[in-house]
Design a protein around this ligand. Structure first.
Ligand code: 15L
Length: 261
């Protein structure tokens, strides 16, 4: 497939671009930052919140799918957060409709349901329950994907990513970790699953202590191979572990993230 990856210079983007290329896909990178050293392929240094710039990128080559990773990974003001997560998604979806591109994989987040009290097997059909403005914007982006799937028959998969890290670094991470290799597996499965329509999966590895249901991902062909439990001995026990385990979103659900809109 020829795949447009937004946020391709970011931490997830750099892993996904290399991983997709290794698996035989042709990667087109898009980011406000220039291409990282060693990137081989086409690169567009543009802001994907700009519909004109996005339209030009789509006109420059035929695309088979989009992996939308570009966004601010932390909490910010409500307007900035909507710009980063929702305006970008809308620009990409409109360009997809205009250029007959029918597949998008979106980096959503567990923080879309982060204020849900933690259980051991949270499904994807639980109600949206964000823990932050960041989570509100992820819910909104998911809703936009759903709208375009219904209106224009776009296949849109929202990957509610847990903690994307080389290794888990906290007790919560033993449950929420998404390894680099599993992230690539997840993205490739979401790009290639036959006719998913609008779908949601949890983007975590095959963690022994997983809090979220991996069955929806498996149904889409995502079969994670790594398990955070292998790092148990190197993860420090910390004073905040219990508080972080109370809600799906861990620290994002705590008072330190409360702020006026
Ligand atoms: C996310 O979505 C955030 O981008 C990241 O900063 C972490 O908070 C991660 O989730 C997580 O829940 O560990």
């Amino acid at each position: 497939m020829r795949v447009l990856v937004t946020g391709a210079a970011g931490s997830i983007g750099q892993v996904v671009t290399v991983g997709l290329a290794d698996r035989g896909h042709e990667v087109v990178g898009l980011d406000r930052a220039p291409a990282p050293d060693g990137f081989e392929g086409t690169w567009h240094t543009e802001d994907c919140a700009d519909p004109d710039a996005v339209s030009e990128v789509f006109a420059a080559q035929r695309l088979d799918g989009v992996v939308h990773l570009a966004s601010n990974p932390t909490e910010a003001s409500l307007p900035d957060t909507f710009h980063s997560h929702v305006v970008t998604t809308a620009a990409l979806l409109d360009a997809m409709v205009a250029h007959q591109v029918t597949r998008i994989v979106h980096a959503s987040s567990n923080h879309a349901v982060g204020r849900t009290p933690r259980t051991d097997d949270l499904g994807v059909d639980t109600r949206p329950r964000p823990d932050t403005f960041y989570g509100v914007a992820k819910v909104s982006a998911e809703a936009l994907l759903s709208l375009y799937a219904d209106r224009y028959d776009i296949d849109a998969i929202a990957c509610r990513i847990g903690s994307f890290l080389a290794e888990p670094t906290s007790t919560r991470g033993l449950s929420t970790w998404l390894s680099h290799d599993d992230c690539v597996r997840m993205v490739e499965a979401a790009l290639t699953a036959p006719a998913p329509g609008f779908a949601i999966l949890y983007g975590i590895s095959n963690n022994t202590r997983a809090w979220w249901d991996l069955a929806p991902g498996r149904a889409l062909g995502y079969h994670p191979q790594d398990d955070a439990e292998a790092f148990l001995d190197q993860v420090p026990v910390a004073a905040g572990d219990e508080a972080e385990a109370a809600y799906v979103g861990g620290p994002f659900a705590l008072a330190q993230f409360h702020r006026p809109a």
